[in-house]
Design a binder for this molecule. Structure first.
Ligand code: ADP
Length: 548
């Protein structure tokens, strides 16, 4: 803008300068012409006096000057000329100035000479003897005048131009300075041209609108970040060229990548699953892929983002499905185990029943076979009962009633229930310690204690003992069930809590293999914990920690 103003000022100054030069030249030219005519008339007057007194002698005695002097007779014949031989000159009666002088006493005219570069002005005066004296002088044309004045004029023009440039530059900067000094963030503040007031008003109102929109955008972005950052799922948006536009930290964690900074997602993770999901989405198709890395399983869901009919990018959601897949595998394994566990007693019942049906059993042995059927049926009931308990715990048992559970009394009750079994196994069972009440679900706590004590008796040796000890802890209570039984090998101690896991299948075939699973899930449900310490041949100690 400064340049433009500068150029305009310079151009208009030059135009004004040229126009005024031309005008001045014209005026000057007119002025000099008039002056020349006056001077010529005066000079003619003086010479006329001389001629009247002395005749041609006077004319001859004049010093040769700039003027041409011609003396013409009344009939037009030239009597004298200071430049040419009068006898050879043609009759001058027809010359305009001579004619005028003969008629009215004086006459003047001007004519271009042959060269066209000069103009001659003639002045003629009739003398008292009716002869005519003519004095002429040459005058330069405007162009010649211009040419003559060229050097000084150029000098002046150049000086004016330099001055003009300097002033134009200063002026244009002065005009622009207040505009440059404008604070467009606060357009109302500071001094500026009145003409800019509507524009500044508009900028101010637009600033307000932009400010509001930025605030709204900022709020939405914060919301968006808060939502996406709190998602455990990975979230990525890519443009048509696969460059990442937005992402959350879960996405980087799941893809095991560093902060991308506008990089292509394909550079972030080179797996086939990511490439194929992104490419499908950018081709306009929703795509789901499964990806395995470092023992984790991830599910990728890619959806195209459309603007009108065009796909402008893709949204990628990454889910960690490791646990889900593990749960499903466990469930499948559990179903297979359950089927197997149910089949064993059923096959036994069926076989025994067939033998009885065929009358192949002596009447005194019927009781024994019937007893087998009852035992296997009981095993089935126990198994189904344990499965139901486990599935209830798995589902979170929403109907469970929470209450204060006194662990010492409950342990004694459990010991009473197992006293017959303990006697049969020739194992002494005792409960010690102090009363300790914790919040819990009585039935679940009882099942946990029962299973631990049942195992402690079952995997004991004849003459062995089981001690249940209840004690208060700073933040709850502890129950330990110690036995003097077979013990559990170190490498299997972590596995005994798995469903249907048994250390020794042949010896423990009487159990369901679900007892410790119920203990573990019961503990999880109650927010308690269970630990085991065991040494083969010396016995085991199971410890339950309840929160107060
Ligand atoms: P089960 O119904 O077979 O007892 P559990 O889940 O209760 O099933 O126990 C799993 C396995 O852990 C048992 O089969 C047994 O081998 C071992 N176990 C559990 N408690 C004890 C214990 N107190 N002493 C030795 N081994 C034990």
């Amino acid at each position: 803008m400064t340049k433009r103003i500068f150029r305009s000022i310079v151009l208009s100054s030059v135009a004004v300068l040229l126009a005024s030069t031309a005008l001045i030249m014209g005026v000057l030219y007119e002025y000099f012409t008039a002056r020349l005519e006056v001077e010529l008339a005066t000079e003619t007057g003086y010479i006329a006096q001389g001629v009247l007194m002395e005749g041609e002698r006077y004319l001859r005695g004049l010093k040769p000057g700039n003027s041409r002097i011609t003396w013409v007779d009344a009939d037009g014949s030239v009597l004298y000329d200071n430049r040419e031989d009068a006898s050879t000159m043609e009759n001058h009666a027809g010359r305009e100035e001579i004619r005028q002088a003969l008629e009215s006493g004086t006459g003047s005219s001007s004519r271009y000479s042959d060269t066209l570069s000069q103009q001659t002005i003639y002045y003629a005066q009739r003398l008292s003897d009716n002869t005519v004296l003519r004095v002429s002088s040459q005058k330069y044309t405007v162009w010649v005048l211009l040419l003559q004045m060229l050097q000084p004029a150029m000098f002046i023009l150049l000086a004016a131009l330099v001055l003009g440039l300097f002033l134009a530059s200063r002026l244009s900067r002065k005009i622009i300075r207040p505009i440059n000094a404008l604070d467009l963030q606060h357009p109302g503040e500071g001094e500026c041209y009145d003409e800019l007031a509507p524009l500044l008003g508009r900028i101010r109102s637009q600033n307000e609108v932009i400010g509001r929109q930025m605030e709204e955008l900022g709020r939405r972005q914060k919301e968006f970040i808060a939502i996406t950052e709190n998602m455990s799922e990975g979230f990525l948006i890519v443009d048509r060229a696969t460059n990442i536009l937005s992402y959350n930290s879960a996405a980087l964690r799941l893809l095991e990548a560093q902060a991308p900074e506008g990089a292509s997602i394909l550079a972030l993770n080179r797996s086939w699953a990511v490439r194929s999901a992104v490419e499908s989405a950018l081709a306009g198709r929703r795509c789901e892929q499964r990806m395995e890395q470092d023992g984790r399983v991830e599910q990728l869901i890619a959806n195209p983002v459309r603007e009108g009919r065009q796909v402008t990018g893709a949204v990628l959601v990454i889910l960690d499905v490791t646990e889900k897949e593990q749960r499903e595998a466990l469930r499948r394994e559990f179903t297979a185990n359950v089927s197997h566990e149910l089949k064993t007693p059923l096959t036994s019942i069926l076989g025994t029943a067939e033998i009885l049906e065929n009358g192949m059993v002596k009447s005194e042995d019927v009781g024994h076979f019937a007893g087998n059927i009852r035992k296997e049926a009981q095993r089935l009931i126990d198994l189904v009962g344990d499965i139901i308990k486990l599935s209830r715990l798995d589902e979170g048992d929403s109907g469970a009633k929470w209450e204060e559970v006194e662990l010492l009394a409950l342990s004694r009750s459990v010991a009473r229930q197992l006293s017959d079994a303990a006697q049969r196994a020739r194992v002494s069972l005792r409960v010690e310690g102090e009363a300790a009440a914790v919040p819990g679900v009585r039935q679940i706590v009882e099942e946990m204690l029962y299973n631990l004590c049942d195992n402690a008796v079952a995997y004991n040796r004849p003459g062995g003992s089981v001690t249940v000890e209840v004690s208060k802890e700073a933040d709850g209570a502890r129950v330990t069930v110690s036995d003097t039984g077979t013990g559990i090998p170190k490498d299997q101690q972590s596995r005994i809590f798995e469903r249907f896991y048994r250390v020794d299948k042949s010896r423990s075939s009487k159990g369901t293999g679900l007892g410790l699973s119920i203990v573990k899930h019961g503990a999880l449900f109650l927010g308690a914990s269970v630990e085991v310490e065991s040494e083969v041949g010396r016995g085991s100690t199971f410890t339950l920690h309840f929160k107060g």
